[in-house]
Design a protein around this ligand. Structure first.
Ligand SMILES: NC(=O)c1ccc[n+]([C@@H]2O[C@H](COP(=O)([O-])OP(=O)(O)OC[C@H]3O[C@@H](n4cnc5c(N)ncnc54)[C@H](O)[C@@H]3O)[C@@H](O)[C@H]2O)c1
Ligand SMILES: O=P(O)(O)OC[C@@H](O)[C@@H](O)[C@H](O)[C@H](O)CO
Length: 383
C-alpha cells in the first residue's frame, strides 16, 4: 500500500510517517526542502528516538521523497497512485499543496475509479475541510460533482510533541512517547485506512477542541509567558511558578468551557488536562518557546487556541478568563524578530494602535469588555 505524505518535517517524520510504516505502508514524502528529499531518497529510512528514559530507537523504512517544487509531475503521479494521502505542512501552507493534489486526483480518475482519502494533520479546526475547499477551487463543475463522492477529506486531530531537531543525523527525529490521532470516520470514502494508532470517531469536534484548547492553549501559554520572562524552553518555563500558575489557569478556563459545552465528565477531563500539562515538563525534550509560539497571528486568530476558548468562556460564564487574557496579552507582546508574523503584529500595534490591532487579529470588537481587559493586561505587562 502506498501513502503519500505532504510535509517531511517534525510531525511528518516523527509521527505520521512512523505510524504509516508500522501499518505496512510504503511512504512517499512530498516536500520542498531539497536536503530532506535527497537524504530520504539516499537512505530510504530514518530513525525515530523516543524522548524518555529508554531513548528507544525505531527505524522507519520503505520511505522515499519527491520535491514538489522541482518535480511537480512526479508528485502528481504519486497522488494519482496513492492508497492514502496525508499532510502536515502547516495550516497556512495547505493552499499551496492543493494544486498538486487536484492534478493528482484528475490523473487518478482518468485511469481508475478507486476512492481515496486525504487527511490534513494540522493544528487547526477543519484542516481537511479547508484543504478540500482549496482543491475544489481548481476543479470544473463536472469534476466537483465526481470528486465529491469519490474522495474523502476527513478532518483530524493529531497530538504528539515533536520539537525542532538539532541532531547530527538530519533525518533523525526525537519525539515524546505520547501520541493521539483522531479522524472523522463519517467523511471517509471507501474502506477506512487501516493505520495503527488512528482512532476513528463519529464526531471530531469534541476531540479537536479538547486537543487544541488544552494541549495547544497550555503550550502557547508556556511559550508566550516563557518568552516574556526570558525563558528559552517549555520545560524551563514550567519550572517558573508564576508561569506554571497561568498555564494551569488557562487550561482550567478552557476545561470549564469544554466540560460545559461537551458534557465531559469533570474528573476525567481534569485528569486529561493534568496529564497534558505534565507532558510539558519532559526533561528529555528541549522545545524552544519560539517554536511553540511561532505564527502568533495564526494563534491569535478567532478560531484558534487562545481567542476561541476565551470568547466561548466569556459567553458561557459572563466572567473574564483572566489567565487566557494574560496569554493573549503576552502573545501581543511577543516580538521575536525571526518570526515574520511576530514582526507584523508589532508593526501593526505601532502603526494602528493596540485596540485596532486586537480587533484586526482576534476579531474581538475594540469596544468590548474582553478587548478592554486584554488592553489593560497588556499595559500592565508592557515593560
Ligand atoms: N511538531 C509538533 O509537535 C506538531 C504536533 C502536532 C501537529 N503539528 C502540526 O503539524 C503541522 C506541521 O508541523 P511541524 O512541526 O511538522 O512543522 P515542520 O516545519 O517541521 O514541517 C513542515 C514541513 O512542511 C514542508 N513544506 C513547506 N511547504 C511545503 C509545500 N508547499 N509542499 C510540501 N511540503 C512543504 C516543510 O519543508 C517542512 O518539512 C503543523 O500544522 C503543526 O501545527 C505539529
Ligand atoms: O504547531 P503549532 O505552531 O500549531 O503549535 C506549536 C505546538 O504547540 C504544537 O506543535 C504542539 O507541539 C503539538 O500540537 C502537540 O501535539
Amino acid at each position: 500500500m502506498l501513502a503519500v505524505h505532504f510535509g517531511a518535517g517534525n510531525i511528518g517524520r516523527g509521527f505520521i510517517g512512523n505510524l504509516l510504516y508500522q501499518s505496512g505502508y510504503e511512504t512517499v514524502f512530498v516536500d520542498v526542502n531539497e536536503e530532506l528529499v535527497s537524504l530520504l531518497n539516499e537512505r530510504k529510512q530514518y530513525t525515530v528516538v523516543l524522548a524518555d528514559e529508554s531513548q528507544q530507537e525505531q527505524i522507519i523504512k520503505n520511505v522515499s521523497a519527491v520535491n514538489s517544487s522541482t518535480d511537480a509531475e512526479k508528485a502528481v503521479e504519486m497522488v494519482a497512485k496513492a492508497d492514502l494521502v496525508t499532510a502536515a505542512v502547516g495550516p497556512n501552507i495547505l493552499p499551496f499543496i492543493a494544486g498538486t493534489i487536484a492534478e493528482g486526483l484528475k490523473k487518478r480518475t482518468a485511469a481508475s475509479d478507486a476512492p481515496l482519502n486525504i487527511i490534513a494533520c494540522e493544528n487547526m479546526i477543519g484542516g481537511s475541510t479547508l484543504l478540500k475547499e482549496k482543491v475544489f477551487e481548481k476543479l470544473n463543475e463536472e469534476e466537483k460533482q465526481q470528486f465529491e463522492t469519490r474522495f474523502g477529506f476527513p478532518d483530524a486531530a493529531v497530538d504528539r510533541i515533536v520539537p525542532n531537531q538539532s541532531n547530527e543525523d538530519k533525518l533523525m527525529v526525537k519525539v515524546e512517547p505520547f501520541y493521539e490521532w483522531a479522524v472523522d470516520q463519517t467523511k471517509i470514502v471507501g474502506t477506512k485506512p487501516d493505520v495503527e494508532g488512528i482512532t476513528y470517531v463519529d464526531d471530531l469536534k469534541p476531540y479537536i477542541e479538547r486537543k487544541l484548547f488544552t494541549v495547544n492553549t497550555g503550550h502557547a501559554a508556556a511559550a508566550y509567558l516563557g518568552y516574556y520572562g526570558g525563558v528559552p524552553t517549555i520545560d524551563q518555563a514550567m519550572k517558573n511558578p508564576e508561569i506554571k500558575e497561568v498555564i494551569e489557569g488557562a487550561v482550567k478556563e478552557t476545561g470549564n468551557m469544554l466540560i460545559s459545552k461537551y458534557g465531559f465528565e469533570r474528573e476525567a477531563h481534569e485528569a486529561y488536562a493534568a496529564k497534558i500539562v505534565n507532558r510539558f515538563t519532559n526533561p528529555y525534550i528541549s522545545d524552544e518557546v519560539t517554536r511553540v509560539g511561532r505564527s502568533p497571528i495564526r494563534k491569535l486568530g478567532p478560531n484558534d487556541r487562545l481567542v476561541s476558548p476565551a470568547k466561548q468562556y466569556h459567553e458561557l460564564t459572563g466572567d473574564m478568563p483572566a489567565s487566557l487574557i494574560k496569554v493573549i496579552a503576552a502573545a501581543l507582546l511577543y516580538d521575536y524578530k525571526e518570526d515574520p508574523e511576530a514582526v507584523n503584529v508589532q508593526e501593526t500595534i505601532a502603526s494602528n494602535g493596540l485596540e485596532q490591532a486586537i480587533e484586526q487579529f482576534t476579531e474581538i470588537p475594540a469596544a468590548s469588555e474582553l478587548s478592554k481587559a486584554i488592553v489593560s493586561q497588556y499595559e500592565n505587562m508592557k515593560k
